[in-house]
Design a protein around this ligand. Sequence first.
Ligand code: N2P
Length: 369
Amino acid sequence: MKKILILMLLFVFGLFVPFGCTTSNPDATNTASNGTGNNRNGNTETVLNVYNWSTYIDEETIPEFEEKFNVKIQYDTFENNEALLAKIQPGNPGYDIIVPSGDFIENMIAQGLLEELNHDNIPNLKHLDAPFIDPPFDPGNKYSVPYQWGTIGIGYNIEATGGAIASWKEIFDAKYKGKVALMEDPRATLGIVLMYLGYDPNTTNESEIAEARDFLIENKEVVATFAPDTGQDLLNQGEVDIAIEWSGDIFQIMEENENIRYVIPEEGTIIWTDNLAIPKDAPHKELAEQFINFILEPEVSARISNYVKYGSPNKTSREENLLEQEDLENPGIYPPPETFKKLKYANDLGKDTALYDQAWTEVKVATGG
Ligand code: N2P
């Protein structure tokens, strides 16, 4: 409701950016501009091309940055890391900012796909919380700056399920035939099935990956669809009873639908950090660094986290009580230590990533999805 109200106000005051931050259209891609556009006075102005996940920013940050820096932002969305990589790998089509997860940052650095950041232009790095400084996938934050973090879990409609869900096992029950949305995301979906089977989501053991593939194929009857970062919408609309999703996406719809719940299953799950980075040959590197610096402002960073319901990496936001207390106390957003022990990051598997891509293709072919 809050979001609808803000959106209406933005329309009323002519501030809404139509290509902007509220789109959940996963195909809103490939519109990176070569760098100029017209401002309100008809003069050409710089266009910063931002490529982010959908439903992953509040409604004020983009217009505020445009106003403050007298630029325009072209804001496109992608549905998973694989799609982002596929867009950047053949040559940057013109993006200035991208937001890959940690394992893909590692991969992109290895492939020379990222620009090194000039930390002099990002003094707000000082606001980062200790666990996010110097991450293993990017020592010294040379190429990336944490944006938000979260988990993959089970979103469900408690009226439809008739009770609480606690385990990955429950979602593959035949009673949910055609009522479960899984994610259109190879590492995420195969990863959670590997965890369900008791394996490591980073395994490179071919027979374990084959087992996860076969499990998905054998259980295809329960799968309504592999949703491209849109499972929360299917759940909210009642098209599915269960949606495996990124945590915040479920918490966002919980604001308007009281029957929705989110759980980190007892077997554990995948945790990730997404990171702001500048792809090679970005047309506006310095402005992109200013954008990263702006996002790190404690007020801006907290506003985004409070809105998208993902975890904040910003220490100052927390210290200055800018984060919503209710979110800080929510174990689905900030898991307690005993849950944290069961969370695993996906790692960059180098050439073994192909094992997952191959298994995923086979799943998609066999399930017709
Ligand atoms: C938001 C997706 C969250 C990011 N729709 C997943 N890494």
